[in-house]
Design a binder for this molecule. Structure first.
Ligand code: NAD
Length: 272
């Protein structure tokens, strides 16, 4: 399907959104990012291990007249990561922006965390990022440079209201991976940055973070901890990613951009 959009903040860019579906009904960070990129003129490869989730995002984009294709693959598999980049080549002839959204967590501090859970979280949050980034970088560079955006979390930088040590540590490593890529590729035209969400109201929270299934109670408790007294939305995270991915951020690389309603100030470190 051909986009009718000739303008927009990422007009004509070829964009792979990794984790472009949502684990539940509503707007997750990945789904909002995929739709926003398309609204801004991007051609989106919606990548997800869940076929229905990827196809739902593609259908949403096409229903608005945007351009999107789906690709089903689990990014913890290096061959699937490589196949994802081949799909971007096949559909769009290359890649300009890689947006890595996938991330899972298991709750608990060190004492409560099994090695199995630790490995599970690291495999998705960090190993998958390694696989897809390693597959994407030669194409990004060949196509004249591009941008990578990783979605991390405030918990990568600061201890929050509850511990989840595997999540915190893997996401901290993801932030460092982004900076290492930024340094290695700065003179080669590829930028790498992270978006650092705080409390965001998405289906992911009930699926992966909250211990209660009472959605209203969870939302109220999370909002109460934010200086702005509300949670963010997937759109808040998507807008920050769009900026970092776009040419408007052409001189910005290796940074971490909090989207947290002021929570990092409250937690005592605004500078990350
Ligand atoms: N919601 C919050 O409060 C919050 C806060 C901080 C950070 N985050 C981060 O936001 C991201 C999640 O955002 P979301 O709302 O889109 O979540 P989500 O859980 O709905 O994930 C989006 C998609 O990722 C897919 N996915 C998961 N593992 C995959 C894999 N190995 N390969 C391919 N696809 C995979 C899922 O199937 C899902 O459709 C995570 O990185 C999370 O750490 C969220």
């Amino acid at each position: 399907m051909t986009s009718t959009s000739k303008s927009g903040r990422v007009a004509g860019k070829r964009i792979a959104v990794i984790g472009a579906g949502s684990v539940g009904p509503g707007w997750g960070n990945g789904k909002a990012a995929a739709v926003l990129y398309a609204r801004e003129g991007g051609r989106v490869l919606a990548v997800d291990r869940d076929k229905a989730a990827a196809e739902e995002t593609v259908a949403l984009i096409r229903s608005e007249g945007g351009t999107a294709e789906s690709f089903v693959g689990d990014m913890t598999d290096p061959a699937a990561a490589q196949a994802t980049i081949s799909a971007a080549n096949d559909h769009f002839g290359g890649l300009d922006i890689l947006h890595f959204n996938v991330g899972i967590s298991t709750r608990g501090g060190l004492e409560a965390t099994s090695y199995e859970d630790w490995r599970k979280v690291f495999t998705v949050n960090l190993d998958a990022a390694f696989h897809i980034t390693k597959a994407a970088l030669p194409v990004l560079e060949k196509d004249g440079g591009g941008a990578i955006v990783f979605i991390t979390t405030l918990a990568a930088h600061l201890n929050g209201p509850y511990p989840y040590v595997g999540y915190e540590t893997s996401k901290a490593a993801l932030s460092r991976l982004s900076k290492s890529i930024a340094a290695e590729y700065a003179a080669r035209g590829v930028r790498s940055n992270t978006v650092v969400p705080g409390m965001i109201d998405t289906p992911h929270v009930l699926a992966h973070v909250a211990t209660s299934t009472d959605a209203a109670a969870v939302a109220a408790a999370r909002a109460a901890q934010v200086p702005m007294k509300r949670q963010g939305t997937g759109w808040d995270v998507a807008e920050a990613a769009l900026f970092l991915a776009s040419d408007a951020a052409g001189f910005i690389t290796g940074t971490d951009l909090p989207v947290d309603g002021g929570m990092s100030i409250l937690m005592g470190n605004a500078s990350l």
